[in-house]
Design a protein around this ligand. Sequence first.
Ligand code: SAM
Length: 411
Amino acid sequence: MGNNINKRTIRVVELFAGVGGFRLGLERASSNFLTIYANQWEPGRTKQWAFECYVSHFGESENHTNEDIAIVKNEIPQHDLLVGGFPCQDYSVAHGNNAKGIQGKKGVLWWEIIDIIKNQEPSLILLENVDRLIRSPHLQRGRDFGIMLKTLFDAGYDCEWRVINAADYGHPQRRKRIFIFAYKRNLRVKMFGRFGFKKLLLGKGFFSDIFPIREVNKNKNIENLDINSSNFSDLVDLSENFTSNFYNSGVMIKGVVYSTEVIPKKEKETTLREILETGEVDERFFIKESLEKIEYLKSSKRIERINPIGEPYIYSEGQMFFPDLLDRPARTMLTSEASINRSTHVIEDVETSRFRFLTPIEAERLNGFDDNWTNTGMPERFRYFTMGNALVVPLITTMGKKIEKLWGRII
Ligand SMILES: C[S@@+](CC[C@H](N)C(=O)[O-])C[C@H]1O[C@@H](n2cnc3c(N)ncnc32)[C@H](O)[C@@H]1O
């Protein structure tokens, strides 16, 4: 491996690697990205299908570990760029019994990520999560994201974030995810010059340069939110008392946060029809169940239910398109795509006009993976499951190209 390393090499560690979306996206961007360590472990499963898929593409290596990140975090080598799409959980913090006094909620992966960041101090960090992260938890809006920003600040980082709907930038799936790009505080001026918050948000920053913005919603805006400060005595105080609106784009410089709702400058759409397999599709993908059942699942409903404290409430859900529209980008693919539920895509087959599900290859194309990326021995339903977990790879390629340019300014 040593021979491959030169000054321009960006040593990458990939956490929560799944089937390798980050790695594939970065490798498509440049051969200067060198993944030196990857970790993936599906809790509670004996068969580790995603990890096996990862290994089958990137080789057997002692630098790919298949254990809980909490167990192996201390063996992670020094690196330049940390990447990972981690599960969204409740980050709340409590007074612990130990001398340090502050303890994050047990089993929450954010604390593992922060430990790795503090231990290895990567120059750059690129994380992905579901977009509700900026609002959660429901009853204390923004608390979890506030804790993330505060802990990143405390570890010595500035950051930018942006919620990106892949379909807005020409990809065939309406998949909305938050991306967070953090960097050591002393690198900001080298990478971005002396631009302030607004310039970074609106055209000169990491995201705004590569995912252009059409306009800003001036009514949805926060300025000068001081995460760093005296306002909160410690993380427990922040965890108990912090609440804020965060919008789909934001910048934190030295612990001060600006966030605003931006409206993307959309690129030409890629439709679901454009990624469908051509020719004859295997009979097993055609619907055998009654169409009424599927139509019912997708219909709008108001159902009376009883909540845990015995009170009745009305559960309602809206109408979904049946079949899915072929002339729009697809809806978000979930991990449950292999089962029949409201969110499962059902399309009218172009050749036969019969109703069918998406094929695993079509699921891979929605995320921009190579055809048959997950055809590595896993049962078919896991091919959909891993795609429901994965990210839209070409977005990472776009980010990778930008990271490579920024790297050129700091080496
Ligand atoms: C949102 S997915 C990321 C998928 C990945 N970006 C990809 O392209 O396939 C999160 C991954 O974290 C893994 N995971 C969950 N808990 C973990 C833990 N404690 N340690 C290591 N990996 C974990 C899951 O199995 C899942 O594959």
